[in-house]
Design a protein. Sequence first.
Length: 169
Amino acid sequence: MISRIIFVSRIAAENTIGWENWAVISISEPDSSFGEAKLLDGWFAVHRACFHDVDPARPCGEPHVLMNEKHARDIVAFIHEVAPNVEGILVHCKAGVSRSAAVAKWIADTYDMPFPTKYDAYNRYVYAKLAEAKSNLLPREGYTLKELVAQCNPNAPMPAEVSDWENNG
């Protein structure tokens, strides 16, 4: 079961010999002339994603590819699939500072692992997208009555069977 998580730069990831009981999440730049990271063989599994290090709350003025719901769902599903089978996950992006840190922080929070408490350079938008994807993808054990009522449409018509039951009960 996953017990360790590290985030590093692309260069560090490309120069790390694969660890058979570790998985990798490789995040690259959409417009990079370098293409995907050239990871060495030996990793348990590798997931690749491609989006810029941007946060819509802080417009950068340049064209960019945001992390989207599909990226987030794919990353969450990959982690959920490999977590029982690996000791750890190495996450990398170009600099190993923001996107990879957000993914690593989300994994640490989800799997009750430590994350440096003073580290705050992670991309909050990426972290939020992963949290949203988890809530939409992974099964729930149960719902509170308040959560179920919140999902109800108060304007929905009452099924005839319920009306008949109420009137004849």
